[in-house]
Design a protein around this ligand. Structure first.
Ligand SMILES: Cc1cc2nc3c(=O)[nH]c(=O)nc-3n(C[C@H](O)[C@H](O)[C@H](O)COP(=O)(O)O)c2cc1C
Length: 354
């Protein structure tokens, strides 16, 4: 692999995507043109309402491609067809030589950036890092929640939202599919060790996840969602330096609004990595509240629908309803070690469409 376009794509494929689904294939058209054959997972993933989460991932990929291209003296221009809603959008990307191009300072962090789902240090973020992150997200606004009581309020929001995630059969199917049990690394899923539970809980979850009836029994009679929610949501929600909400300049509506949001997300995340900060996205409260706000059904169970309305109300109370409606991304950040288990990526030759 020596052609610049291949080297650039080999870097770009490290862009993050929900559950590491990598909802794209790549078709090299010429030495300066590539088509990104995107798809979304709305048909079988409850977290991908209208394909919005996949569109954010497409934006992350385009931004990573742009940053990777800068290291080879190229800018990029891209267009998307169709522009409106489609589960299979195609992004045509053209590399444009720019003799004066300076390598983007976030380029060295493309491959090391990874989710940290385990507790982080509670040390506050430095003013310098907050300034750098705020600039990276622009024109998206960052609402920071730091200090113990603010972190606790977000931890409680996540705890409440996680009850939905761990109770509905629609999410059970997704979790079963996207976790690679017993693994520390995974090319096309999330390895169990990166999920963030201790070994014993991990083994129990692996056993439960083999059958929905086991999960249902455990949840109904043994308060089965409590232990994972404490480990995955409440404790990490407090054990961090801050939570951040990225708010769009205007309420996102079209698919391309979410692509644009994904570009800001990836700038923000790479900047965090550059600052030595670890990050974990916290998208499910935003997703369930969007279902509630739009009056869209996401489960055949009655109670979790009511819980989603409560999550939406909590978001409004915490951030105000205007920011809650324009929020595109929420995450926690903190100093601490990088994750020892992580998702890898499909090799480039498997991503290339023939
Ligand atoms: C749009 C989007 C939503 C995500 N939502 C979550 C989330 O709610 N919780 C979480 O732990 N990780 C979330 N992730 C992180 C992905 O699971 C992660 O990026 C992917 O598995 C690849 O792993 P890596 O980022 O460590 O390389 C999200 C990522 C994206 C791009």
């Amino acid at each position: 692999m020596t052609r610049p376009i291949e080297l650039i794509l080999d870097d770009a494929r490290w862009a993050p995507s929900g559950d590491n689904t990598q909802p794209w294939r790549l078709r090299i058209v010429s030495d300066s043109e590539v088509d990104i054959l995107g798809h979304d997972t709305r048909a079988d993933c409850v977290y991908d309402l209208d394909g919005d989460a996949s569109r954010i991932a497409h934006g992350c990929l385009l931004e990573t491609l742009r940053i990777a291209a800068s290291a080879h003296g190229f800018g990029i221009e891209w267009s998307c067809l169709p522009e409106g809603d489609s589960p299979t959008p195609v992004y045509s990307v053209r590399l444009t030589p720019q003799p004066d191009m300076v390598t983007d300072p976030r380029q060295p962090f493309i491959r090391t950036r990874a989710v940290q789902r385990r507790p982080m240090r509670t040390q506050a973020l430095t003013t310098e890092h907050i300034t750098a992150l705020t600039a990276a997200a622009s024109p998206y606004r960052v609402v920071w929640m730091s200090g113990f009581s603010q972190r606790l309020s977000i931890a409680r929001l996540n705890y409440r939202s996680a009850r939905i995630r761990l109770t509905i059969p629609e999410a059970f199917e997704v979790h079963r599919r996207v976790i690679e049990w017993g693994a520390r690394f995974s090319e096309d899923r999330i390895p169990e060790e990166a999920v963030g539970v201790d070994a014993l809980t991990g083994r129990l979850m692996g056993w439960l996840m083999q059958k929905w009836s086991r999960v249902e029994f455990f949840n109904t009679y043994l308060a089965g969602t409590v232990a994972p929610r404490l480990q995955l949501d409440l404790l990490p929600g407090v054990a961090c330096g801050a939570h951040a909400l990225l708010v769009a300049p205007a309420q996102p509506e079209s698919p391309l609004d979410f692509v644009d949001a994904g570009m800001a997300v990836q700038r923000f995340w790479l900047e965090a990595e550059r600052c030595g900060l670890r990050l974990q996205p916290e998208l499910t409260p935003l997703i369930f509240s969007r279902y509630a706000r739009k009056g869209r059904s996401f489960t055949r169970m009655a109670e979790p629908t009511a819980w989603a309305h409560r999550v939406s109300d909590d978001l409004d109370t915490l951030f105000g309803s205007t920011d809650a409606r324009s929020a595109v991304f929420m995450c926690r950040l903190g100093y601490g070690p990088t994750a020892r288990a992580r998702s890898l990526r499909l090799p480039l030759d498997k991503l290339l469409a023939r």
